[in-house]
Design a protein around this ligand. Sequence first.
Ligand code: IMP
Ligand code: MG
Length: 188
Amino acid sequence: MNDAIDRILVTRERLRQRVDELAVEVSADYEGRDLLLVCVLRGAVFFLADLARALTVPCAIDFMAVSSYGSATDSSGVVRILKDLDTDIADRDVLIVEDIIDSGLTLSYLLKSLSARHPASLEICALLTKPSRRRINLPCRYVGFEIPDDFVVGYGLDLAERFRALEYIGTVKPEVAARLTGHEGAGT
Ligand code: IMP
Ligand code: MG
C-alpha cells in the first residue's frame, strides 16, 4: 500500500466487480438507444474507461470539465464550465459519469445546464456517493458505492492532484493531507 494511505475503503477487486455490475445494468437499460457517456473531468476518467469497456452496447464518449469554487475538500455550489462538450446532445441518451457525489451541488448544476440542451434522456452514474454530505436532492440512476463522510482518493480521485492513479479507493493519512493542502484538518 502507498505510504500516504491510511485506510483502504474499496479494494481494486471490489471496484472491478462493481463496475462490471453497473455495466450490465447500463447495457440492459440502453439497448437499442443512442448512448453518450459524458465524463466529468478529471476524477471520472478511470471509471469511464473501465465502464465504457465493460458495456455490451455501443456508446460515444465526451468530456466536460467544471470547477466548483471552494476549498480543497469543500465545494461552494458555484460551478463554472471550464471545458464544454464537443457533442450536440439534443435527442441523445446522455449518461453523466461522475466520480463522487458529495454535496451534490456540482451535479445539480450540470443536470440543469445539460437538460436545457434537450437530450432525449439524462441520467447520472456515480461511482461513489456520500449520502451524509448531501445538500441537495439528486436523482442518481446508478451508484457504485455509498461511503461514509471521509475524504477519499484513488481510482481517479485526488487530493491536491495526487493519488489519482491508485488502483483502490482509500483515505489519506491526516498528517500527509495537512501537508498537501497546507492546513490542519484538511483531508478529513
Ligand atoms: P459536490 O459538488 O460537493 O458534490 O462535489 C463533487 C466533486 O467534489 C467531485 O466531483 C470531486 O471532484 C470532489 N470531491 C468530493 N468529495 C471528494 C473526495 O472525497 N475525494 C476527492 N474528491 C472529492
Ligand atoms: Mg476533484
